[in-house]
Design a protein around this ligand. Structure first.
Ligand code: ASP
Ligand code: CP
Length: 351
């Protein structure tokens, strides 16, 4: 099924995924290859009722019929613990586990004994007795380390405050690869709340594995990329530049415009948020104006979502809008992470 060498991923069996810095280039590429196998197997084994041309070719591809996806993680249980709301990360991790034949034992935080004063550590110790893997999202950055210090089973960091969101960054580069066919040589802009946005912290770190042509860090002056991430970029000799707005000059150079939401929930003073909201609104006319009717290169617009107002809905039907396709990449990338975590790569590739 694949001539790829996945041995470099063996070290992640049973290991928590906390940060984008856990991976080297070879490992990141192997994860993307596995995610792309997951995508093909899913298309063949769970054909969509509305077939497009690409997936109907795949549906008839016998080599993706076996092994059955829903037999791979039979008997495994995921416990998702989300102390902050989520739509995509929660549902795609749960769907990933269930498509692979495992189960999900969902504990809504508001219905848990946390309301009686139980600590995070004791809550983790408890669900660790029933889970084979735990997904954790928490508003406090330090919560992740506390949870990892008491859990025996692997924890997927689904966002630790303003820290990181590593599976998001993996699905982000998976999207870039699927959309543009490469990761080397790209010119990328990260736009929006770079101070509080955990997705851009992980993504900036992960991008250092590739030969990025140029990285623009575009934010309001009060919401810059944190110093530790900037230092990390410097230590990896990344060619980056700060900017305060997405000028035509910048937009026309881009392969990827990665837009983020101003993270309202991180502001202690709501007036500060109100002063800055709506700073950037990307719309179709703006891209058309910057890139012209015959653009010299293909631009894609990405967003981890949810979107509030930073991308106008008039862009949604434009082929450059990759953000909804990006969400779908999350499912297959997270299926790949579970396959790796449970040591099932050989079962998938038929070795
Ligand atoms: N969903 C992403 C996160 O949880 C991005 C966002 O909420 O703006 O970090
Ligand atoms: N991208 C992302 O993390 O989305 P959710 O907050 O909806 O999970």
């Amino acid at each position: 099924m694949s001539i790829f060498n996945f041995d470099c991923l063996k070290q992640f069996q049973g290991v928590s995924i906390c940060s984008a810095t856990q991976f080297n280039r070879e490992q990141a590429e192997a994860i993307l290859e596995l995610a792309s196998i997951m995508r093909k197997m899913d298309a063949v084994q769970n054909p969509s009722p509305k077939q497009d041309a690409a997936s109907s070719v795949l549906v008839n591809d016998d080599k993706f019929q076996q092994p059955r996806l829903n037999s791979i993680l039979n008997g495994k249980i995921l416990v998702p613990l989300f102390f902050e709301n989520s739509t995509r990360t929660f549902s795609s991790f749960c769907a990933a586990m269930q498509k692979l034949g495992g189960g999900v034992s969902y504990l809504p935080i508001e219905a848990s004994s946390i309301s009686k004063g139980e600590t995070l550590e004791d809550t983790i110790r408890t669900v660790d007795c029933y889970a084979d893997a735990i997904c954790l999202r928490h508003p406090q950055q330090e919560a992740l380390a506390k949870a990892c210090s008491v859990a025996e089973h692997p924890i997927m960091n689904c966002g630790n405050g303003i820290g990181e969101h590593p599976s998001q960054s993996l699905l982000d580069i998976f999207t870039m690869q699927q959309e543009l066919g490469r990761l080397d040589g790209l010119t990328i802009a990260l736009l929006g709340d770079l101070k509080h946005g955990r997705t851009v912290h992980s993504l900036a770190k992960l991008l250092t594995l590739f030969k990025i042509e140029k990285l623009f860090l575009i934010s309001p002056e009060s919401l810059p990329m944190p110093a530790d991430v900037v230092e990390f970029l410097k230590s990896k000799n990344i060619n980056f530049e700060f900017a305060s707005s997405p000028t035509n000059e910048i937009l026309k150079q881009l392969d990827v415009l990665y837009v983020t939401r101003i993270q309202k929930e991180r502001f202690t003073n709501i007036a500060d948020y109100e002063a800055i909201r709506g700073s950037y609104i990307i719309n179709k006319e703006m891209l058309d104006r910057a890139c012209g009717s015959e653009p010299s290169k293909k631009l894609i617009v990405m967003h981890p979502l949810p979107r509030v107002d930073e991308i106008s809905t008039d862009l949604d039907d434009d082929p450059r809008a990759a953000y909804f396709r990006q969400m779908k990449c999350g499912l297959h990338l997270r299926m790949a992470l579970f396959v790796i975590c449970f040591g099932k790569i050989n079962a998938v590739i038929g070795k």
